[in-house]
Design a protein around this ligand. Structure first.
Ligand code: SMG
Ligand code: MG
Length: 387
């Protein structure tokens, strides 16, 4: 016969992992925050952060999700006005109509919309946040985080001159950042990168091309090999995995894929083809936290290191990213920089870099941070409601 304790334990194990909740109402807003300095990549310049935030109210809790899209479809095909329309017309109403669900049901709830992982991630993450807040569980604990602090890198935009680049790199290293990533584009690559390497022979240094090159540029990457790079991020077309395999076979540096990985299936295909030896995980690019965990698991099973990418997130997205970055497979410093690297004032309490180049992982329920109401009011340029 079982003891009472054994019976209770068995009952507990038989309980569903999470209680179902119903999304009663969704607040969707567009916020705008000036950037401390314009961020130039191979596909454009941003001097202002504009993003969509969603708050999902389940009655028991309000959960927050931040969309990683920008006003312009330059990084990928998604963009804010399109995301807003999807949230308003398809995804928001689908979530409300779904009734009592758990976050595990969201793939099915949103299955009538093909693609659009950034738009979906907004609501997936918001619903998951509400679910975890109601359960009193932190997102970090939910994803199996193993660290309380994570090592941080910083991504440096393309500058007007090499001197300006060296100055920025110097400043970030002085703050403690543990890896420097340089944005490159054709013509602003080999010499710039060599100059930074010469000034800092021992740092972890990587480059990110945001899909600006073709296979005809293999010689550029062979030159870059001489700068002993930690990785070359997304050198070729933003949806390619085939040509990346060819390039990877021809250069010494490890290729890391970012834009091309939109799901765990993409990650498995790219790893299987030998298109990359490292994966950048952005939860917002792959449809939200649950799919990001699956990308992590697929990469880890294949022995491929991953790291947490960034999309200049506000504190809401940053908190989400930090929880993921604390998972065991995230073995390289992420683009999880301090709030003040992006904004004079964040919409949450600022995330701060410690002098040792690490940042604390929030441990409160859900993502562990809340937007500050006055900051939301100041930064909101548009708001609407789905119920
Ligand atoms: O959040 O620190 C950050 C930005 C990191 O370089 C970064 N992101 O391709 O990895 C990337 C870029 C995309 C930014 S587009 C707005
Ligand atoms: Mg990138």
């Amino acid at each position: 016969a079982r003891t009472l304790n054994e019976c209770l334990l068995l009952q507990l194990e038989a309980m569903p992992e999470t209680t179902p909740y119903r999304a009663h109402a969704i607040d969707i807003r567009v916020v705008r925050i000036p950037l401390v300095r314009p961020f130039r990549t191979s596909f454009g310049v941003e001097s202002e952060k504009e993003c969509i935030l969603a708050a999902v109210d389940t009655g028991d809790a309000i959960g927050w999700g931040e969309c990683v899209a920008s006003p312009v479809p330059g990084y990928s095909s998604e963009f804010n006005a399109g995301v807003l329309e999807l949230l308003r017309t398809f995804l928001g109403p689908a979530l409300i109509a779904a009734g009592d669900i758990t976050s595990g049901d969201l793939d099915r709830v949103f299955s009538s919309v093909r693609g659009n992982p950034m738009a979906k991630a907004t609501l997936v993450n918001a619903f998951l946040d509400a679910e975890l807040r109601a359960a009193g569980t932190s997102l970090a604990a939910h994803v199996g985080a193993e660290r309380e602090r994570v090592a941080c890198g910083v991504s440096v935009g393309i500058t007007a001159t090499t001197d300006a680049l060296l100055e920025q790199v110097h400043g970030y290293l002085a703050e403690g950042y543990r890896r420097i990533k340089l944005k490159i584009e054709p013509g602003l690559d080999v010499e710039r990168v060599a100059a930074v390497r010469a000034a800092h022979p021992d740092i972890l240094l990587s480059v990110d091309a945001n899909a600006a090159y073709t296979l005809d540029d293999v010689d550029v990457f062979r030159e870059l090999d001489r700068s002993r790079l930690l990785m070359v991020e997304q050198p070729l077309h933003h949806e390619d995995i085939v040509q990346h395999a060819t390039l990877q076979a021809r250069i010494a540096s490890d290729i890391c894929l970012d834009e091309s990985i939109r799901s765990a299936a993409d990650a498995r295909a790219a790893i299987g083809l030998g298109s990359c030896r490292i994966v950048n995980i952005k939860q917002g690019r792959v449809g939200g936290v649950p799919e990001a965990v699956r990308v992590h698991d697929a990469a880890r099973a294949a022995g491929i290191p991953v790291w947490c990418g960034g999309m200049l997130e506000t504190g809401v997205g940053r908190a989400t990213n930090l929880a993921l970055a604390a998972m065991p497979g995230f073995t390289l410093p992420g683009d999880t920089s301090a709030s003040h690297r992006y904004f004079m004032e964040d919409i949450t309490e600022p995330f701060v870099l410690a002098p040792d180049g690490t940042m604390g992982v929030p441990d409160g329920p859900g993502i562990g941070v809340d937007p500050i109401p006055e900051r939301l009011l100041e930064t909101t340029v548009h708001a609407e409601h789905v119920s």
